[in-house]
Design a protein around this ligand. Structure first.
Ligand SMILES: Nc1nc2c(ncn2[C@@H]2O[C@H](COP(=O)(O)OP(=O)(O)OP(=O)(O)O)[C@@H](O)[C@H]2O)c(=O)[nH]1
Ligand SMILES: [Mg+2]
Length: 357
């Protein structure tokens, strides 16, 4: 049965990053919010920022163990305590269902099967250890933390589709830089949504960080240009620019991003130094198409994968690593500021697949 499933899955275009059809866009969080409506995510976000005592940090494992991927792997190894082809067939289904993607899954399964047939593994636990090492090895090359170098201001342009967690990630990042005593300026480049500017200003106010903004409907490129001018004049260490969520399939909106980038380049040919694309970890294989489009329009230099806590399957992180080899700077394991973690492949894999390494 799993073999049949596998064959079907391999032919299923949904698992083929090249041809994956678009799912409906994720709901724009707060996109429908009225100007005076409560801000969607500030209640649980910035409030925590100002907590004098740091919250006890919950570990990666605690955050990831509830994910579909972790649960799938754990039940897989309890169902198949001995080495067998069935175990590998089941594993293949688990990886594909968790959005690891056809290519990465196929390569890993083929390698593990070959090694199993060469009697390299004494038991299922040994195969599990080998799987863990394969998963870590797949992620290791993309674990490249963001380095600001000597650039001042270091300019970060944050992009992504609607509701993926861009503004929240900016708040969390601002907090990190702020904690490192870096002078941060925020640019409210999402001029599309009424509540967007207020959402960023709320983060700024809580941290005591200035926010450069114009009214709703202003030209995003002009807001960001002004902000960069200000950051240069004030010698800020870091400028983080928010942008409106946009569907990668809407070429007009995508062109607007390219314009934002061009305009920045007029003041500093190297700006933005980082185009950080935020991806919702629950978007599965659809994220692959999103990244491809953003790369071609605006040139992504790093990824942040959010919402890997909760119901996310988590496997898309592997698919992203396999498809793009783009640095994964951060992962979001929750809504608190400290839940934005510098990407750590071993901690991530151990969270999904615990056991003696
Ligand atoms: N559980 C969880 N929720 C998150 C995470 N990151 C962001 N969120 C939530 O995702 C929702 C959307 O976040 P926003 O930051 O407003 O997303 P956005 O991409 O700026 O949205 P638009 O500006 O509308 O495109 C909020 O409710 C956040 O609290 C995460 O890592 N884990
Ligand atoms: Mg936003």
């Amino acid at each position: 049965m799993p073999n049949l499933w596998n064959k079907l899955a391999r032919r299923n275009p949904r698992d083929d990053a090249q041809t994956a059809p678009e799912a409906p866009p994720p709901p724009a969080q707060g996109g429908a919010a009225l100007p005076d409506a409560p801000l969607p995510n500030v209640a649980s976000g910035p409030d925590d920022l100002m907590t004098a005592e740091p919250q006890p940090r919950r570990g990666w494992r605690e955050r990831l163990s509830g994910s579909g991927f972790a649960r799938g792997l754990s039940s897989l190894f309890s169902r198949n305590p001995v080495l067998s082809d069935d175990l590998l067939d089941d594993l293949e289904v688990t990886l594909l269902s968790a959005d690891v993607g056809v290519s990465a899954t196929g390569e890993m399964i083929d390698d593990l099967r070959r090694r199993m047939h060469k009697r390299e593994f004494a038991d299922a636990a040994a195969l599990r250890d080998a799987l863990r090492e394969r998963l870590v090895a797949l992620l290791q090359p993309v674990a490249q933390p963001l380095a600001t170098g000597g650039r001042r201001p270091f300019v970060l342009l944050v992009v992504g589709v609607n509701g993926v967690g861009k503004t929240t990630t900016i708040g969390k990042l601002a907090r990190r830089f702020h904690d490192e005593h870096r002078d941060v300026l925020l640019a409210a480049g999402d001029t599309f949504r009424a509540a967007a500017v207020a959402q960023l200003q709320e983060w700024g106010a809580r941290l005591g960080i200035p926010v450069c903004a114009q009214g709703q409907g202003a030209d995003s490129a002009s807001v960001i240009f002004d902000a960069l001018q200000m950051a240069v004049a004030h010698r800020n260490d870091v400028l983080i620019a928010d942008t409106a969520g946009r569907l990668h399939t809407r070429s007009g909106l995508m062109d607007e991003l390219a314009k934002v980038k061009r305009v920045m380049g007029k003041l500093d040919p190297e700006a933005p130094h980082e185009v950080l694309m935020v991806i919702d970890g629950t978007n599965g294989q659809n994220a692959i198409n999103q990244v491809r489009q953003f790369i071609s329009t605006v040139g992504v230099t790093g990824l942040a994968v959010t919402k890997l806590d909760g119901t996310a399957k988590g496997g898309v992180v592997f698919a992203l690593a396999r498809e793009f080899a783009l640095p994964i700077r951060y992962v979001g394991l929750g809504e608190r500021a400290e839940d934005l973690r510098t990407f750590d492949p071993r901690a991530f894999v151990d969270g999904l697949l615990p056991g003696a390494a």
